[in-house]
Structures are given as structure tokens and as C-alpha cells.
Design a protein around this ligand. Structure first.
Ligand SMILES: [Zn+2]
Length: 157
């Protein structure tokens, strides 16, 4: 089963090729984003139609720089759906979907506030605080320890 692997500075994120392509196909239908179509062609070629794994590194240069943007956008949606495998380089372990955070835990409660109301961060963070519809932008994903796994915001220009 071919995988599409994206390596960020801090994590390795891998996805089933067909799952990723299904999501990408749905996005193309919905948004008709030209770069998504180009990305799909590129992925099909690079993987020989899913026959071999594709590794994408944040350090690499691609035919079009927008590919990385589109891929990060795409895989952030897959992560939101609890899909894929995430490996935190700093923890040296896989991060299961239940342990993925969309905010760094340190911001949620390293020390208890006088109000003392936000102490649920250790337990299942089921409520999605900042997710207005499907337009999630400028956030990221973190492991339980607070290491950034994927930044969907700016690339730190
Ligand atoms: Zn970590």
C-alpha cells in the first residue's frame, strides 16, 4: 500500500495514497483550485499511480512552490479527520489521533489560572474551540507535549 509521506522540520506525517487522493479529488471538485489539479497530476506521476511511495520534504524544491502549500493544506484536513500517521521527531514516537492537538498545550494551562476552569487539557480535548465551519486557517498541529507537528500558517518568512 503506497504512502505519501510529508516530512516537516519536526515531524513525519504519512498518509495512505488512496485516502489522500480521494480527499484531494473531493477538494478539486469543490474548489476547482488549479494548483490542486497540478498537485494531483504531480502526485500521480511521482507515485506511478500509487504504485510506489512518495516522500515530500519541506526542504525540497518542486516544479511549483505552491505544491507544498497545497499539500500542507490537504494533510491538515486529513489530520483533522484523524487520518494518517504522525511521528513526532522530538518525542521519538507516533502520535495517535487522540493525542493530536490543534493548539499547543502550554497555552492551555501549564499553570492553573485563578479562574481554574481550564484544566481539562490533559483529558480528551473533545471540544473544538476554534473551528468555524471548515475554514480552518493559520493554525497547526501539536503533539501532547506541545511540539509543533505541522504549521498551517505562514512559513515564517
Ligand atoms: Zn512531541
Amino acid at each position: 500500500m503506497a504512502q505519501v509521506v510529508y516530512e516537516s522540520p519536526t515531524a513525519i506525517l504519512s498518509f495512505d495514497y488512496h485516502e489522500l487522493m480521494a480527499q484531494l479529488g473531493a477538494r478539486i471538485k469543490e474548489h476547482r483550485h488549479g494548483d490542486d489539479s497540478k498537485l494531483r497530476s504531480w502526485l500521480q506521476k511521482a507515485s506511478a499511480d500509487g504504485a510506489r511511495p512518495v516522500t515530500i520534504s519541506h526542504k525540497d524544491h518542486y516544479e511549483a512552490a505552491e505544491y507544498l502549500d497545497r499539500i500542507i493544506d490537504l494533510i491538515s484536513h486529513l489530520l483533522s479527520d484523524g487520518k494518517g500517521f504522525v511521528y513526532c521527531k522530538q518525542c521519538n514516537r507516533n502520535i495517535p489521533p487522540s493525542a493530536r492537538r490543534t493548539e499547543p498545550p502550554s497555552l492551555l494551562g501549564t499553570y492553573s489560572s485563578p479562574g481554574g476552569e481550564e484544566r481539562s487539557e490533559a483529558e480528551g480535548l473533545t471540544k473544538k474551540t476554534s473551528e468555524p465551519g471548515n475554514g480552518c486557517g493559520g493554525s497547526g498541529f501539536f503533539c501532547e507535549t506541545g511540539h509543533e507537528l505541522l504549521s498551517t500558517g505562514n512559513g515564517g518568512a
